[in-house]
Design a protein around this ligand. Structure first.
Ligand SMILES: Cc1ncc(COP(=O)(O)OP(=O)(O)O)c(N)n1
Ligand SMILES: Cc1ncsc1CCOP(=O)(O)O
Ligand SMILES: [Mg+2]
Length: 246
C-alpha cells in the first residue's frame, strides 16, 4: 500500500512517549484516529532509533486497525533515517516533518520521493520571508506556532533575547492568506482556541498535550474534532447561503 495520496492536516496529533503520562503511544493514537484526527506525527527527543521504529510500526498498525490507512497520514518528526528504516521493514509511513535546522527539505524529498509528504515548520516572522522568497514546490504544508508558550516545547518561538514570540491570530490569518500551501498551527492549542483558529482560515490545528495529557484522550480528541468540524461546516453553509444565484 502506497502513501496517503492527499494529506488532510485539519486535525493533527503530534505524540511521543514523553507526552503520554506513561500510557502507550499507540493507544492514544488509536483514540485520536477513531475520534476523527486526520494526521499523526511521531515525535520523540528521547527515544532510541529502535524505539522510534517500534513506535512508528505500532502507530501504522493502530491506523490500519481503524481502517484509515488511506486517509490518515503517518509522519515522523526530524528523522529521515527512521522513515527509511521503517519503510525498509514494510511499515507504512507517509512522510516527514522537519524544521529550519533539520535535514533540508530537498534532501528529504530526494530520499522519500514525490508521493511522500514533507512538512516544514518555521517561526512566523521567518515564514513571511520564506513564503515570499523560497521555492515551496517541494513542500506539502507549513507548521506554524506557537499560539502560546508551551511546556511541551519550551524552545518553540524562542527569540534571540530568550523570550518566546507567540503568534497572534492576525499573523496566522496573514500567513494563511499568503501561503500557497496548507498551513497548520500548534503550540499551546486547547479546545477553547479552536473556533478563533478556524476563523483565521488556516487549514488545521496540531496538538500534543491537549490530547496526550488528557484524563480521557478519546473524549478530548472527540471534542477537538467536533469543535473544528462544526465551525467548518457552519462556514460551508454560510458560503452556500451567501453565494448569489447566477
Ligand atoms: C506540525 C508541526 N509543526 C511544527 C513542528 C515543530 O518542528 P521543529 O521546529 O523542527 O521542532 P521539533 O518538533 O523538531 O522540536 C512540528 N514538529 N510539527
Ligand atoms: C509547537 C510544537 N511543535 C512541535 S511540538 C510543539 C508543542 C505543542 O505542544 P502542545 O500542544 O502540548 O502545546
Ligand atoms: Mg525538528
Amino acid at each position: 500500500m502506497g502513501p496517503v495520496k492527499k494529506i488532510d492536516i485539519s486535525k493533527y496529533l503530534v505524540v511521543g512517549p514523553e507526552n503520554t503520562k506513561g500510557r502507550p503511544v499507540a493507544t492514544i493514537i488509536k483514540d485520536a484516529v477513531n475520534a476523527g484526527f486526520t494526521c499523526i506525527q511521531i515525535r520523540s527527543k528521547v527515544a532510541s532509533a529502535k524505539e522510534l521504529i517500534g513506535l512508528t510500526r505500532h502507530a501504522a498498525e493502530a491506523i490500519e486497525e481503524a481502517g484509515k490507512s488511506q486517509e490518515v497520514a503517518l509522519l515522523v518528526n526530524d528523522r529521515l533515517d527512521i522513515v527509511l528504516a521503517a519503510r525498509k521493514q514494510g511499515i507504512k509511513v507517509d512522510g516527514i516533518h522537519v524544521g529550519q535546522t533539520d535535514i533540508p527539505v530537498n534532501v528529504c524529498r530526494e530520499y522519500l520521493g514525490e508521493d511522500s509528504i514533507v512538512g516544514l515548520s518555521a517561526r512566523a516572522d521567518e515564514l513571511f520571508e520564506y513564503i515570499k522568497t523560497e521555492d515551496v514546490s517541494q513542500l506539502d504544508y507549513f507548521g506554524v506556532g506557537p499560539l502560546r508558550e508551551t511546556q511541551t516545547k519550551p524552545d518553540c518561538g524562542l527569540g534571540k533575547d530568550g523570550k518566546v514570540i507567540t503568534r497572534s491570530l492576525a499573523d496566522i490569518a496573514k500567513i494563511s492568506e499568503i501561503s500557497s500551501i496548507p498551513v497548520v498551527v500548534g503550540g499551546g492549542v486547547k479546545l477553547a482556541d479552536i473556533p478563533s483558529l478556524a476563523q483565521t482560515g488556516v487549514d488545521g490545528f496540531f496538538v500534543v498535550s491537549a490530547v496526550t495529557e488528557a484524563d480521557n484522550p478519546k473524549q478530548e480528541a472527540t471534542n477537538l474534532v467536533k469543535a473544528w468540524n462544526s465551525y467548518k461546516s457552519r462556514k460551508r453553509q454560510l458560503t452556500k447561503q451567501l453565494t448569489p444565484p447566477n
